[in-house]
Each structure stands twice: as C-alpha cells, then as structure tokens.
Ligand binder design. Structure first.
Ligand code: ZN
Length: 682
C-alpha cells in the first residue's frame, strides 16, 4: 500500500490505529548533537509547469553512515534506476518510443527556442517525464499536446529523428487510448485502459477466466498471481504470461538491475539483508513468484539496520484488474533525528502522563510510548518517481502480513520537502503579522516535527479506558477516529509549550511552541478549508479534529479575547493574544476528550464533533478558496532525486558524495543517458 498527497497526517491513521506496527528497528548507531536537516538557502521548488511543481529533497543523516553503508545505498539506488525504463513500457506501449523521440529533440534541436511552439513542446515533454508516459500520473487522462503534429514533424526532421505512425497517432489523436487506467465497470476494463499489461486483443473476460482457473481456492498461502508478467494471446489464441525476468520480458533492464543488486549484497549491513537480496536476485532471474514470497517474508522480518529499500513489481493500482505490479524502487535511510526524539519521549512517557491535565482515574500507571518509523529517502525510481508516495506499508500479500508482519514507513524528508515547497506562500497570506511569520520561519520545522512526535509517541499512548467499557470503535463508533486524533493532537498541543521539552533538549525554548499554536489555529480555522469544494461539509477525520480543537478553543477563549478574529482589507485573520491562557484551554479540552474515550461517552463525543468539527462557514470558505487560488500553487508535486557520486579507490567505493541537482530537465536527460536499458518496443 502507498499513501499519497496527504501531508500532515497521523502515522497511526495512515496505517491504522491498533494494528500491530513493525518492531522498532534497532539502530546500529545513534546520532549525537544537532543535525541540521535543512539549510536556509536551499531552493525547494526550482520549477513549476502545467499543474505540477518540481520539488527537491535532502538526505539528512547521510553523513552519519559508514562508508560501507553509503556504498550499500549507492548500489541500491543504481539498481532502482537501472529498471526505470520498465515503468514507461508498462504504462503504455508507445511510451518508450515517444520518450526517445522527445529526448532526441530536446538534446539536438538547435533552432528557435523562444517560440510558443517550443515552450509547449517542452511542457509536454516534462509532463511525459513527470508521469513516466503520455498519460497524467493522477487523472490517467492522456496529455493533449499544445503544438501541432506538423511542428513536431519539423522538429523530428531537424534532428534527423523519427517516430512511427502509430506512436504519433497516439500522441496527437485524443480519441486513441485516452485513458491509462479505466475503472468504469460498465465497459471492458482491459479494452478501455491504455496500460500495457495485457495484449491488445485480451479482454476482461479472458483475464477473469484465466485466473479463475489458475488460482487455487482456499489456498492459505497464495502466490501473487500475475504480479510480474504481461498476459497476451499467442498465435493460436492461447493466453500466456510473458514473465518479467532476466532472459524474458524486460530482461535487458533486469539484467542491469541484478548486476547492481549483486554488488549491493556484498556490502549489506547484515547477513539477513544479503540473504534477502539473494532471494530478490533469484526472483528476477527466474520470475518465480514463490521466490518473491520467500523474499518478502525475509524482507519483512529483517528489521535491523539503518538502511532499507523497496524494489520490485509492487503496487497493482495501474492494473484495472489488480494483478500486475508496477516497477518501483525507494531507498530509505533511518531518520536518526526522529528516532532520537522518539526515544527521549518514550523514556519520559510516564512524566507526561503524570503531568497531564486528564483526571487521575484516567491516567496510566505504567505508560510506554508508541514507536513509529520515519525514514529519509535516498533515491526513488519507477512508479515512485518523480511523483512519490509519502508513506508505504508492505508487503501487500495478506497472508504474509498476518503471519510475518509488515513494515510501515513514513517518508520524512519527502513530507518535509513538500511542506517547504508549498508552505511559504500560504504562511504569508494567512498569518496575521510579521511576528507570526518570523516565528514560523524560525521554529516551524522543529515544532512541526516535535508536534508529530508528541502526537504519536505520547498522545496515542496516553490515558486508559475504564474497566468494562468497550473499545473506542465499539463505543464511539463513527466518531472514534476523529476523537482519537483530536485527543492525540491536544496532548501534543498541551505539552509543546511545556518547559519540560526545553529541559529534555527537544526544543530550544518555549517561544518555539508559539509557532505551533499559530500554525494550528491558522490551519484549523481557515487554511485547511482549501481542500473542500463549495458546499462541502468536513468529513475527513483529521480535518474534523483540527477544526474541532481550533473552534472549541476560539469559543472558550472569547470572553478573554484569547484568540482574536481580525478583519483587515476584506481578509480574515486569527491572532492569538494569550498563549498561556490558550494552553490552559487546550488542557481543559484534553481532560474532556480523555473522559469521553475512557467512559465511551458516545453522546458527548458526537456533540463535540458535530458542533465544532463538521460545519463550514460558507463565507469564510469562499474567502479561503479565493485567497488560495491567488497563490497559484500547483496541486501535484514531483521530485528531483539527489545524485549519489561514488569515490572509488583501487576498484572499491571508499566514500559517496551527495549532490543536489536543481534542474529537472537535466536530471531526466542524464537518466536517459545513464539508464536507458530498453529499446522502443519490448
Ligand atoms: Zn494520530
């Protein structure tokens, strides 16, 4: 499973509160001192085009790795990139031919580049790179070139390039293969989807029959049927799977992948990691899905080490029938900073419980912190790049998850980069004064992360349910997740202003907490409404909980003007006048929310959520939408990968340097040069 486009969401909610998390990873090393994960002059968002923004991310903690670990990361990222062409071909049969033609033009065209035609050509090309093909990565609709076929032909002639007529038609005729993945159940899903996972004359019925025969009913350990093949009809009309493997389909790319994985295995952090890689290699060589399962079992239980990766034909969202996996890779390094924060909080969990505002009878005598896993991405490829998930939970096979566990990770540096790339404009638009902006810029990073850690580690772990009361799901029903998220948020809000955090070295001073309060109220009262369409009510649990807390605090503080609603030049702002009093109000709400959970008080919970968390002020909503629209921030983000450069001595990698390229086009052309492993058609 992957999680996308949801920033500022709770990790527990991503992966389900109460589901067993993977064992907390034991770290080989713990960091000391302050790691700065960002620099002020880093350009997070070098470019926008079409409906997309290009974002850069950093790899905090890379310099904490040993040289062997760095080499491991390097080989794994290379293995990922070596298979990059596969996703283009999987997405659509003409994608590689088209991409090759486009790249030839971008590299070799020497004519006028100031014309609208050329600009439109470049925008189209960038869209293709961004989506790994000629269909939009999210909407699945085919891109319409804003330049003519005639102009395209002129470009091709100028660079002595060519493209076959079918591929050209696919580019320019909007009726042909208009949708990458169609989920319109009234039509043949295979025939109406352009995705290249089935042969041209294969129908939905064919696929259904093929797997109905193949899949053994009641098998407790079913392999992932169809995951690594294309299903086609042979010349006698018989259905056959063309298996992705060395010597088979995509063999040329997988050969290179295997070469890098073999190198990675020699520098793995542990024998278990090396063994898992050995199974992955065997799987790519044989295409045997039983080996894929063996690999996943070992991978899921290999939790020691600072480095991990996802590599393979994994997610099945691109197959309208849900069988075939899209090629992807994500290389991850433990987020040492987050691990340290979590550890410090966990060790002090009892102090927070004892000093909470909740009623004594609702306090746990022995509270332990909840651990969650944050990683930093070192490189991505295939379906995970340039557009990336922000969290992943694997493996997908249910029986393996049930028996051997799964790994859930939140991609910390990706989420951070997203926030950096989009946050500034809305901060300046919605903050009431310069002081608020300055505070957010100074402390926003540290308090954001601290808020999340408090929410997850202390918030969700805190408080106990009275004896004989059922689980929140049973008692609070459809309000359970909103109320649980609100409770975890309010724990975080209450403690982020506590001197204890300064004493523990987790935040520089209590001033920092003010940035979190400002940001929370700004978002809860206004900014988050940007996600709703006019006339909508709030339905998503996190949005409900944020408005609930903000609106409740606003109302309770009204008599003392704790939070002031200001209208200036026709715009609304919320300004916090008294942070100390607001903290007291948060403490009151914390006690109330815990009481509702402890007693399983459905009516009280319902009343809170319905009164404060659901309804939208249509006038304010309209204002927010207009102000956000003016900011003109594209809805989709995709990432330039850092470049890992090995330092080789006597044939051995002795160090790896990280460079942060800032030109999307340049990176795409470099990838084309370095990692073109497949011909136009496969
Ligand atoms: Zn949560």
């Amino acid at each position: 499973m992957k999680f996308q486009y949801i920033t500022l969401i709770c990790f527990m909610a991503l992966f389900g509160c109460g589901t067993p998390m993977d064992k907390h990873r034991e770290n080989i090393k713990t960091s000391t001192g302050n790691q700065t994960s960002t620099t002020d002059d880093f350009n997070w968002n070098p470019e926008n085009f079409s409906d997309k923004k290009i974002v850069r991310y950093q790899i905090p903690g890379f310099d904490k790795l040993t040289n062997q670990q760095k080499a491991y990361v390097y080989y794994l990222t290379q293995a990922g990139l070596a298979g990059r062409d596969i996703i283009y071909d999987q997405n659509y049969k003409h994608n590689l031919a088209i991409r090759h033609a486009l790249e030839n033009i971008v590299i070799n065209f020497k004519g006028d580049k100031n014309t609208d035609d050329w600009k439109n050509f470049m925008e189209y090309t960038k869209n293709v790179w961004f989506s790994n093909g000629i269909h939009h990565h999210y909407s699945n609709a085919k891109f319409n070139p804003k330049f003519s076929e005639k102009y395209f032909n002129e470009l091709l002639t100028a660079v002595k390039g060519n493209l076959n007529d079918d591929a050209k038609k696919a580019m320019f005729d909007p009726k042909i293969d208009a949708k990458k993945v169609s989920l319109d159940g009234t039509k043949d899903l295979i025939q109406t989807s352009a995705v290249n996972l089935y042969g041209d004359n294969v129908t939905q019925k064919d696929v259904e029959n093929f797997y109905a025969k193949k899949i053994k009913k009641g098998d407790p350990k079913p392999i992932s049927y169809g995951l690594n093949s294309k299903l086609v009809k042979d010349k006698n009309g018989k259905l056959v799977e063309q298996v992705y493997r060395v010597g088979g389909k995509y063999g040329l790319a997988l050969e290179k992948v295997v070469g890098w994985l073999e190198k990675a295995a020699t520098v793995a952090e542990s024998p278990d990691q090396a063994k898992a890689l050995g199974l992955l290699i065997k799987y790519y060589k044989t295409g045997d899905l039983k080996v894929w399962d063996d690999y996943n079992i070992l991978w899921a239980s290999t939790t020691k080490g600072d480095i991990d990766y996802i590599h393979g034909f994994v997610e099945v969202y691109n197959d309208p029938m849900g069988y075939r996996g899209s090629y992807e890779s994500i290389i991850q390094i433990n987020d040492f900073e987050a691990s340290d924060r979590m550890k410090t909080l966990s060790q002090n969990a009892q102090w927070f419980e004892d000093n909470s505002t909740i009623l004594p009878e609702h306090k746990k005598k022995n509270v332990g912190g909840v651990s969650y896993k944050v990683v930093n991405v070192a490189g991505e490829s295939g379906d995970a790049s340039p557009s990336t998930p922000i969290g992943v939970n694997l493996p997908n096979a249910n029986w393996i998850r049930a028996t051997h566990g799964s790994k859930s990770v939140s991609l910390g540096n990706i989420i951070h980069a997203y926030d950096k790339a989009s946050g500034e404009g809305s901060l300046k638009e919605f903050a009431n004064d310069k002081e608020e902006i300055a505070n957010a810029e100074k402390y926003g990073d540290v308090t954001d992360k601290m808020g999340t850690a408090l929410h997850e580690v202390i918030g969700h772990a805190s408080g106990k349910i009275n004896d004989g009361i059922g689980t929140p799901k049973e008692t609070l029903k459809n309000y359970a997740s909103t109320l649980e998220e609100a409770r975890a948020d309010i724990v975080a809000l209450y403690f982020i202003m506590d001197p204890k955090l300064v004493e523990l070295g987790l935040i520089p001073n209590t001033e920092a907490g003010k940035a979190e309060y400002d940001g929370y109220i700004r978002n809860g009262m206004m900014l988050q409404l940007k996600r709703l369409k006019p006339g909508d009510i709030i339905e998503e649990a996190h949005m409900r909980n944020r408005q609930l807390i903000s609106a409740w605090a606003y109302e309770k503080g009204k008599k003392d003007n704790v939070i002031e609603k200001i209208t200036r030049d026709g715009k609304t702002y919320f300004n916090i006048n008294d942070y100390g009093k607001l903290r007291g109000i948060f403490g009151d709400l914390l006690r109330i929310l815990q009481k509702i959970k402890s007693e399983g008080d459905f009516e009280a919970g319902k009343a809170l959520v319905e009164k404060y968390g659901v309804q939208v002020d249509p006038v304010l909503h309209k204002e927010v939408l207009e102000r956000v629209k003016k900011l003109n921030t594209p809805p989709y983000g995709g990432f330039i990968n850092p470049k890992l450069v090995p330092v080789v001595k006597d044939g051995k990698i002795v160090d790896v340097k990280v460079e942060y390229p800032d030109d999307f086009t340049k990176q795409m052309l470099e990838y084309a040069k370095e990692y073109s492993t497949l011909p136009d058609y496969n």
